[in-house]
Write a protein that binds this ligand. Structure first.
Ligand code: HSE
Length: 435
């Protein structure tokens, strides 16, 4: 059987893992794919590194464009990342009739509509299992396994760096800045960790999942993105006392008015399985109308877990290489002419429950004033906690959990609460999902 020829762009951690796994499981992978999958060319700026990973018999180059235009290459694997040259290379590969396998969530979340349209026109596949939750086959599950369902919502821990930081903050009672340094020393967080800690990486992944779940165009610019850099350890403790854990969740929910797409620190009941996903692990919970809740758990990063997803895509593309493009699984799960323009709801219109922490004077009537303001906005209280003031302390913390309300009502209530004389400083607000 003639092998299918793969050109690899970028030979970092995941590229190395892809070589290792393809070699180790060569026989099984060939039995599944129907023909051997061979990486025959590699482009990387670091040719020495490429040589040490790829070994003999592989064409090495520092000119990635020579691979995407090479007539011998059937599939291009893009592992460069980012929106810059990676976009040019992917579009060039498509223009040259090559299928593309990519782990680049940023590229697809921002430019996916253009890339999928180009691929559709050219009759090639763009596969991206490795772009979301590393080794967890969540794209396959959403796009194929759950295709009988009207998907109602999904919620995922889809950034391992932030989940590691939150786990350490809770376990060791350490502040965010200190744990971030530890995460960097352990190699979890990048030297510039902004995309991870500010929720951008999770929002890229949530954007892709939302499109596949609901059949809407990729719309990263409409996502609400809030990270964990401002999270105070005291809120992790209070949440725990109330029976909740705080996780950075990527949430996509279908509502009659449109779709919610948001990433933010979220309180979730500690008894939920997903609340117990610790360290750098990932998990995605998907609610379908027929199947109910399904949970997918595994490693969201790392050489071999991500290679597992890259190679699964290579096997899929190899199997379907000669098939009629009309009969392949559509890129965004729904047929291209069935992608709908449901509105993405602004954060003001999101419906969720809340955790509020207020610093208040410990004197009669304060609580009555606060609860009156919430009642005036039709916000119902679910639970409350008042810290006992220390000896001689005239102020204390009040924690309030609410039932579901619309964010703009909560904003109005918070503004009024902050204007009370007996309330000091800003109200800390976190969102809460019962899942
Ligand atoms: N930086 C990501 C994370 C891994 O921390 O989960 C790659 O998507």
């Amino acid at each position: 059987m003639k092998p299918i020829n793969v050109g690899l762009l970028g030979i970092g951690t995941v590229g190395g893992g892809t070589f290792t796994v393809l070699k180790r499981n060569e026989e099984e992978i060939t039995r599944r794919a129907g023909r051997p999958i061979r990486i025959t060319a590699v482009a990387d700026k670091n040719l020495e590194l490429a040589k040490s990973v790829a070994g003999e018999g592989v064409r090495l180059t520092d000119d990635a464009f020579s691979i995407v235009t090479d007539p011998e290459i059937d599939i291009v694997v893009e592992l460069i990342g980012g929106y810059g040259v990676a976009k040019e290379l992917v579009l060039k590969a498509i223009e040259n009739g090559k299928h593309v396998v990519t782990a680049n969530k940023a590229l697809l979340a921002v430019h996916g509509n253009e890339i999928f349209a180009a691929a559709q026109k050219k009759g090639v596949m763009v596969a991206f299992e490795a772009a979301v939750a590393g080794g967890i086959p969540i794209i396959k599950a959403l796009r194929e396994g759950l295709s009988a369902n009207r998907i109602q919502w999904l919620a995922g821990i889809i950034n391992g760096t932030t989940n590691f930081i939150l786990s350490e903050m809770r376990d060791k009672g350490l502040p965010f800045a200190e744990v971030l340094k530890e995460a960097q020393a352990l190699g979890y967080a990048e030297a510039d960790p902004t995309f991870d800690i500010e929720g951008v990486d999770a929002a890229h992944k949530a954007t892709l999942m939302a499109s596949i779940a609901f059949g809407v165009p990729v719309q990263f610019d409409k996502a609400y993105v809030e990270g964990i850099s401002k999270l105070d350890g005291v809120d992790i403790k209070y949440a725990e006392q109330l029976g909740y854990r705080i996780k950075l969740l990527g949430i996509a929910r279908r509502r009659p008015q449109g779709i919610e797409l948001r990433v933010h620190p979220t309180l979730i009941p500690e008894k939920r399985l997903i609340a117990n996903v610790e360290g750098a692990m990932n998990a995605v919970l998907v609610q379908g109308d027929a199947v109910g809740a399904t949970l997918y758990y595994g490693k969201g990063a790392g050489a071999e877990p991500t290679a597992s997803a890259v190679i699964a895509d290579l096997v899929d593309v190899t199997r379907l290489h000669t098939s009629d493009p009309e009969h392949r699984v559509p890129h965004l799960a729904f047929q291209p002419d069935q992608i709908t323009e449901l509105p993405m709801l602004p954060i003001d219109e999101v419906e969720t429950s809340y955790y509020l922490r207020l610093r208040v004077d410990d004197k009669p009537g304060v609580l009555a004033d606060v609860t009156r303001i919430l009642a005036d906005q039709s916000i119902s209280i679910d639970a409350m906690l008042q810290r006992e003031p220390e000896e001689g302390e005239s102020q204390t913390d009040i924690i309030i959990l609410t039932h579901l309300t619309i964010e703009k009502n909560m904003n109005a209530a918070i503004a009024k609460v902050e204007s009370l004389e007996s309330v000091t400083g800003k109200v800390t607000r976190l969102r809460l999902e019962n899942l």
